[in-house]
Design a protein around this ligand. Structure first.
Ligand code: HDL
Ligand code: ZN
Length: 420
């Protein structure tokens, strides 16, 4: 029987924090997973796991093969090469390669094998629904928030046919092709019947807002999202800022949707690596400061890609309650950096932030990413409560459960204004 309300001893803390983290179902509030009704879009299974750009980037450092030679291979051949280079010829000690080992262990597969025969046989015998149920259960998540692109031909076509809502997969309206790729994409909106033009003047802005409203009705998103480069400069009279001011932020306010800003990416610094070719840069957060100040009725979910931006993000979050920091994004999702970021957030923001999202693009990634998150956060939370007790406060299991619920569910639900 759990004793919820008695003051815990210091010695009891680690086990209780571990148990509460293990028993709490998290909301994974940013992923690239897709509900099954979006047929064929979900990536899953061992070959997808190995050939995602996390392992590819490491493969190119440990193998003689050039990227051009690698990309000429079939997906299975690429996975075989990656397995040999990173898992047979070397111990898989990196975050991404150890994650693959964790997935094999989770499904009872041999992690010391020389080839992928057993794993391929296992995954070929599974259905997507079986995998979703198993991966969500193992990861301890109740929902994986999607990233949905209204200008992706294949995905948009399915949404126009009608996609029934799946509570496990809340939708998100992703705006990169609008904000970052207007030149390449505005004609697609024209073809869809929206009278937009290249300069996106007054009438065009109204039409673009109609486009967003139509897609918000179709997808019922929990937020809108865009990734922005490290040199994002809202103060500059840039076209991007014009779209934010004239279209995106008014639309978000009208639709009562937060805007997720993921800032700091430097796309394709090495194009020959394809998806593995992106990097990062430190952003000037005065743009974020201006947005939060000028749009107090808008809500901003913010994740930054540079480690050097994290402390100032905490300071800005202390200044603006319409700014909610989330996750340790992409290159930051490594134990050593997650620990640093989470500790400074607890010290400066208390429980008013979202510690993590998986960013998973392959379904099985949630298994290892959330195992690692719990593994990294447990001692950090225990230490926070130990210090609190040392400074005079009694801590109960009920209080820890309430806090973990807020960190991994309540903050997000309150910000999007919806139970997930
Ligand atoms: O733009 C984004 O949402 C990023 O998260 C990209 O998906 C990135 O490629 C990634 O894989 N992050 O983990
Ligand atoms: Zn992402």
């Amino acid at each position: 029987m759990k004793d919820m309300d008695s003051a815990l001893s210091v010695a009891q803390l680690p086990a209780v924090v571990d148990a509460v983290l293990a028993e709490t179902q998290f909301i994974d509030m940013h992923t690239h997973l897709f509900q099954p009704a979006l047929k064929g879009l979900m990536c899953w299974g061992i070959d997808e796991l190995l050939t995602y750009h996390y392992c590819e980037a490491e493969f190119f450092r440990s193998a003689e093969m050039t990227p051009a030679e690698y990309f000429a291979l079939s997906k299975a051949e690429r996975a075989d090469r990656i397995w040999t280079a990173l898992f047979v010829e070397n111990e898989p000690v990196s975050e991404a390669t150890r994650g693959v080992i964790a997935v094999l262990q989770t499904f009872g597969l041999n992690p010391n094998t020389g080839d992928l025969r057993q794993a391929r046989e296992f995954f070929s015998g599974r259905t997507l629904e079986q995998q979703i149920e198993a991966c969500f259960r193992m990861a301890g998540i109740s929902a994986a928030v999607m990233t949905n692109d209204p200008l992706d031909g294949e995905e948009a076509g399915m949404w126009k046919q009608g996609v029934a809502a799946d509570a496990r997969f809340p939708a998100v309206l992703r705006l990169d092709r609008v904000l970052e790729g207007w030149e390449q994409n505005y004609e697609r909106l024209q073809q869809e019947g929206y009278a937009v033009d290249r300069s996106c003047g007054r009438h065009s802005s109204a039409e673009l807002r109609r486009f967003l409203a139509d897609w918000a009705k179709r997808m019922n998103p929990v937020y809108m999202a865009v990734s922005l480069p490290d040199n994002f400069d809202y103060t500059g009279d840039e076209f991007r800022s014009h779209l934010l001011r004239e279209v995106i932020l008014p639309a978000c306010e009208e639709l009562d949707l937060p805007l997720s800003l993921m800032i700091g990416v430097r796309r394709q610094v090495n194009p020959e690596l394809r998806l593995a070719g992106d990097a990062l840069g430190r952003a000037d957060l005065r743009s974020l400061e201006l947005l939060c100040l000028e749009y107090p009725r808008n809500r901003f979910l913010v994740s930054l890609l540079s480690r050097e931006n994290q402390h100032e993000l905490c300071v800005y979050a202390r200044k603006f309650r319409n700014l909610l920091p989330f996750g340790c994004w992409w290159f930051l999702n490594n134990g050593s950096i997650v620990e640093e970021i989470t500790r400074e957030r607890l010290e400066m923001l208390g429980l008013s932030f979202i510690p993590q999202h998986s960013d998973a693009r392959v379904l099985e990634q949630v298994v290892y990413k959330w195992r690692n998150t719990r593994r990294t956060l447990a001692p950090i939370l225990s230490e926070s409560y130990r210090l609190l007790m040392e400074d005079g406060r009694a801590v109960t299991r009920a209080a820890i459960e309430r806090d973990v619920q807020r960190l991994f569910r309540g903050n997000f639900e309150q910000f999007v204004g919806r139970k997930i």
